[in-house]
Design a protein around this ligand. Sequence first.
Ligand code: COA
Length: 375
Amino acid sequence: MTTSTSAASPSGADERPYSPGLEGVLAGETALSKVDGANGRLVYRGYRIGDLVERGTYAAVANLLWTGDWDPAARLATGPVPDVVLTTLRALPTTAKPMDALRTAVSAWGATQTLDWPPTAEQARALTAFSPSALAAFARIREGKDPIEPDPSLSLVEGFLYQLKGEKPDAATARALDAYFIVGAEHGFNASTFTARVITSTKSDIVSAVAGAIGTMKGPLHGGAPSEVVDQLAKMGTVEHAEEWLRGALDRGERLMGFGHRVYRAYDPRAAALRKVAEGMEHKPEWLELAIQVEDVALRLLAERHPDRPLKTNVEFYAAPVLMGVGLSPDLFPATFSLARDAGWTAHVLEQAASNRLIRPDVKYVGEEERDLPA
Ligand code: COA
């Protein structure tokens, strides 16, 4: 164990190194996933993400994260939404953002649960099962429709689409969304997961940790990118206009959505897995071809502008066609990402609780020297 000590110089200045955004700082230990940014590799408990997408299910991956065991037959269905949560969702304005509705639903659900310390895999499973039902319920309520009861015979993603649309999805659609959920399930110490771990470290409960994580993921730098990918492609319209539009956006100092990553310097392996899924989909959005062509132009321009900082395609660029292809409206994309990340967030809550130490870093003071109040 390392202990932090004050490192004040004789002048009183704090000489310890500081990394804005905690970039490159080791802030914990995990056995859940390894994000190898330099080589563009990602494993969950040692298993490669590409293999998990090809041969696994979200239920098996969630179970792997919670328990450490690989059980390909693991099952996970959507869970019931208590009346108090439905009443809360009905009280929200129909214009509420789905992320706000999901965060509110999770919080209200938590108030109905007994959540003793330490958090358990059963709590993780119940929260992961409840959340898709809650989001589907809100999506229907805002359209003036009644929520649909969960069907326990369906998988989590089938149940989510069924409760959203009132129709059971075909196998290819369910498979595509399941693949998205697998790649979205876990990703090291990203901002929302770190939030969940900080909350857990105070011995707060698993629902508070996930509610906080949803709030963190709501920020456009974290979970908002896929719907903005859709917007940007819509603005380009055709591949002929793409280069001109992309150059203009970069000249204005805008960021190209679906590119760049705090950790990956190589092609994001989740983007590669999702591109394969998107290309194999029965109901491909019309602009998947456009996306594939735009990707090449964008990568070329980003390399021209930032020769020293590799900026490659990230998971969100191909999440967009998959989510459009399964029939989700872009305003549901960030909340759907949260549903997928429930498995990882809750697994981190369990891992944090198992060897807990309050997370409480130091901060470098850069304000006024000690002084007297004005008379
Ligand atoms: N488009 C254009 N330029 C980009 C860029 C992008 N998507 N991502 C990074 N850059 C540029 C920055 O402007 C910066 O340029 P500068 O040094 O001239 O100021 C340089 O690359 C380094 O970027 P930095 O801000 O240090 O990267 P970061 O680690 O803080 O950012 C992201 C990581 C993900 C926030 C960033 O790449 C981004 O905003 N991407 C778009 C949003 C997105 O796709 N998010 C989903 C992530 S999974």
